[in-house]
Ligand binder design. Structure first.
Ligand code: SF4
Ligand code: SF4
Length: 402
């Protein structure tokens, strides 16, 4: 069977626009850019896999090239699947641990105080740098105590009592690191008279895909598709996620990269601000208190690829007292686990440098973004705190401090 995606390189008209927009090609001469690494050499790789070029590994899968391409060539998908087809799977323990977020999260949340304390110690950082090739400059997100799922189980009955409900996929970051964001989702939706049904089974697969654990990613994806489809069918609800990368994976990477049938959930999936914005437009707008805050909004690459940035901006514009600067579209450079690897760390920081400068020029009180890994990168590389749009909305609803 010939899949359309596999021959999309034939639609390339050689305009080179993708290379102009590629943040990695701009940051390092080790990567020739999407045109050459994607459509140009895919033809050759199909005929002679030995023509494989190590430079493919520099691609972050940010999808900016695909947004720019006038011919709808699936450039990033071509590069990602070429990496799996031709490179041997990495046997590095580092990549295994970075990829298996459920394993790491379920262990670390049992001893979060200890893990958060030790991971910051200079000798531990040096050890990780020398033996695991995780750069000592890199900061790790803090682990929470216990899981968000455990918190949710205590509140399930009250959420099921709402007449309208949404099925929420929290993702690893909310489940293991930031329960507060999950609670903010509940605050916002409850204020709109919508209950939250949590259907969380496994990591969406983004870090597994990035590190080449494709069989595991497919297993997770199938489990998530079945579980989300069952929850949505039972309650007739939409399926939402507040992580732009999880959302992109569930909707597009499952279908285009993992080649799975996600039609059982495809039409029900919404990134959260699209879901909220649609309801705001229909008049379901909760009472909002002024937040009196100067903020800069950074749009994550995968949300841009989904065409969802306008929904976030429209939701934020409804918050009284929020003085919002929309930052010029730039990649932050972290690309999930990419920025945690010593061999890519400098490229990752160079990619993000223009964004960091623009944030400093805007000099906000906080930065707002939809992606957890953009948050880690910006908080590590600038003096600014970063919050999710839903958190800002939740504080406008409950009057809490930001
Ligand atoms: S996905 Fe991003 S890094 Fe990779 S080729 Fe496209 S623009 Fe460049
Ligand atoms: S933007 Fe699209 S059509 Fe133009 S060179 Fe890149 S892949 Fe080819």
């Amino acid at each position: 069977m010939i899949r359309l995606q596999n021959i999309s390189f034939d639609h390339c008209i050689k305009c080179t626009v993708c290379t102009v927009y590629c943040p990695v090609a701009r940051a390092t001469h080790h990567f020739p850019g999407p045109k050459q690494s994607g459509p140009d050499t895919e033809r050759l790789r199909i005929k002679s896999p030995e023509l494989l070029d190590e430079s493919l590994k520099y691609c972050t899968n940010c999808k900016r090239c695909e947004i720019a391409c006038p011919s709808n060539v699936k450039i990033a998908d071509i590069i990602q699947s070429s990496k799996w087809r031709y490179f041997k799977k990495s046997l590095r323990p580092r990549d295994f641990f970075l990829a298996h977020t459920d394993l790491m999260g379920s262990v670390a949340t049992r001893a979060s105080l200890l893990v958060n304390f030790f991971i910051k110690l200079p000798p531990v950082k040096l050890f990780l740098d020398l033996f695991f090739r995780i750069p000592s400059e890199r900061r790790f997100p803090k682990y929470a105590r216990g899981s968000f799922l455990a918190w949710y189980k205590k509140h399930r009955a009250e959420q099921e009592a709402f007449a309208e409900r949404a099925v929420y996929f929290p993702g690893c970051y909310v489940n293991y690191n930031n329960h507060e964001l999950g609670k903010d989702v509940v605050t916002v939706l409850n204020a709109m008279n919508i209950g939250v049904i949590v259907s969380y089974e496994k990591c969406c697969g983004v870090p597994l895909i990035a590190n080449g654990y494709i069989d595991r990613a497919r297993k997770n994806a199938l489990l998530n598709i079945n579980s989300l489809a069952a929850s949505a069918a039972e309650s007739g609800a939409r399926i939402i996620s507040a992580s732009s990368s999880c959302s992109f994976a569930l909707k597009h990477e499952y279908r285009n990269l993992l080649e799975l049938d996600n039609s059982a959930i495809f039409d029900s999936l919404d990134y959260i601000t699209r879901f909220i914005h649609e309801r705001f437009l229909k008049g379901n707008l909760p009472e909002l208190k002024p937040v009196r805050l100067r903020a800069a909004y950074h749009s994550p690459c995968h949300l841009e690829r989904m065409g969802g940035v306008m929904n976030t901006i429209e939701v934020l514009k409804k918050i009284p007292g929020l003085d919002l600067t929309i930052l010029h579209s730039e990649c932050c450079g972290i690309a999930g686990t990419y920025g945690f690897k010593k061999e890519y760390y400098r490229v990752s920081q160079k990619v993000g440098a223009e964004l960091f400068k623009r944030i400093e020029r805007a000099d906000p009180q906080i930065v707002i973004t939809d992606c957890e890994t953009c948050k880690w990168q910006i908080e590590m590389s600038t003096p600014y705190r970063v919050e999710h749009p839903v958190t800002v909305l939740a504080r406008s609803i409950d009057g809490g401090k930001l």
